[in-house]
Design a protein around this ligand. Structure first.
Ligand code: SAM
Ligand code: SF4
Ligand code: SF4
Length: 335
């Protein structure tokens, strides 16, 4: 079955945040001043259990979801995440199961993730320079630890690996070329992400956004690029390949070239609230239904109603919104 929203966008992918906790404090996502020692993270009992996530995921797949991405917070901090992966793999009709991680625990876990049935991973890495990287993750995690994770994922066959680099002007934009050089020819796909105004805590300013078009120009001047067709309608990254055959890169231009009209993603927070947009101001409480003993039919009908009513297009309208909308934080909703 296909379920379309109020703007005729089908429900195609689901991102599941499995924890709101993280062992990094990236300044653009969970700045230390806000996510300090006393921050009230969700207690364990409030998180959806693996059974609850799987039950919901099945209802999403019945309505057209083909791709599930596990995220967070840092998903590899969730204990026994492999068990969830194995449970999700058992869902008929799910074509693509992947996970986004900061890579710090990947060297240890890659093999088990693969064995459980994970198909691919996306690893975030913002610079190859330790001084810049540690300043961005704010937890003194060295670059090598993430590179070891990427290598382990490659060995385990979690391919193709995507590498996410959030580009912030004046912070790491001078490393765009280094990153491109390092990952060219590796078989991994480097994706440059425009710094976004998610949540309220990251001090976002438009002049810190490096437009994707500038990144393309910078890289093309060194190694000429040509555009590649999207894999499917609604793919978030604009794809380019090196003309010399050394692989491809992606650009996620959510600020300068919004793609709301093709946005087919739903996000489930760690406590079971469904957000129909990364910038949504409130979520729909699926945990309440699950824990009240509702039937699959009842929960499915709720999902149908929520998705049919969806009309979000924050990025398209960004400039006309007031800056003080009560948006949720990305670490909670899942990136
Ligand atoms: N902890 C995992 C990680 O970092 O890969 C998964 C969760 S993280 C919220 C998912 C993705 O969102 C990461 O690639 C991260 O770099 C990106 N992200 C976080 N805050 C962002 C922001 N303000 N602008 C753009 N991307 C952001
Ligand atoms: Fe953690 Fe990922 Fe956010 Fe960085 S981007 S603080 S690694 S959740
Ligand atoms: Fe989708 Fe909302 Fe992002 Fe637009 S702003 S692309 S609707 S998540």
């Amino acid at each position: 079955m296909t379920l379309n929203d109020a703007r005729n966008r089908p429900l195609h992918d689901l991102r599941v945040s499995v924890t709101d906790r993280c062992n990094f404090r990236c300044t653009y996502c969970m700045p230390k001043e806000v996510f300090g020692r006393d921050f009230p993270f969700l207690p364990r009992a409030e998180l959806l259990t693996f059974e609850e996530i799987t039950r919901l995921a099945r209802l999403f797949v019945e309505r057209g979801v083909e791709k599930i991405r596990l995220t967070g917070g840092e998903p590899l901090l969730r204990r026994n995440i492999e068990e969830l992966i194995a449970m999700l793999r058992g869902i008929d009709g799910l074509r693509d199961l992947t996970l986004t991680t900061n890579g710090s625990l990947l060297a240890r876990k890659a093999e088990a993730l693969r064995e459980a049935g994970l198909q691919r991973v996306t690893v975030s890495l913002d610079s190859l320079d330790d001084a810049v990287f540690t300043a961005m993750n704010d937890m003194d995690v060295p670059v090598q630890r993430v590179l070891d994770g990427i290598e382990a994922a490659d060995r385990a066959g979690l391919r193709p690996i995507k590498i996410n680099m959030v580009v912030k002007r004046g912070t790491n934009d001078q490393h765009v070329i280094d990153m491109a050089r390092y990952f060219r020819g590796s078989g991994h796909i480097l994706r440059f992400i425009e710094f976004m105004d998610v949540g309220h805590t990251n001090g976002w300013k438009m002049d810190e956004v490096v437009p994707a078009a500038d990144i393309i120009r910078t890289i093309s001047a060194e190694w000429p690029l040509e555009p590649v067709d999207p894999n499917y309608v609604g793919e978030v990254a604009n794809r380019y390949r090196y003309i010399d055959g050394q692989g491809e890169i992606g650009l996620i231009a959510s600020v300068t070239q919004s793609f709301c009209s093709a946005c087919t993603r739903a996000r489930l927070s760690a406590e079971g609230k469904l957000y129909t947009c990364l910038f949504a101001t409130h979520g729909h409480d699926f945990r309440a239904l699950l824990r009240a003993g509702d039937t699959d039919e009842g929960i499915g009908q709720f999902l149908d109603r929520v998705w049919r009513a969806r009309s979000d297009r924050y990025s398209d309208l960004r400039s006309s919104y007031a800056a003080d909308l009560p948006k949720v934080e990305m670490s909670y909703i899942g990136g």
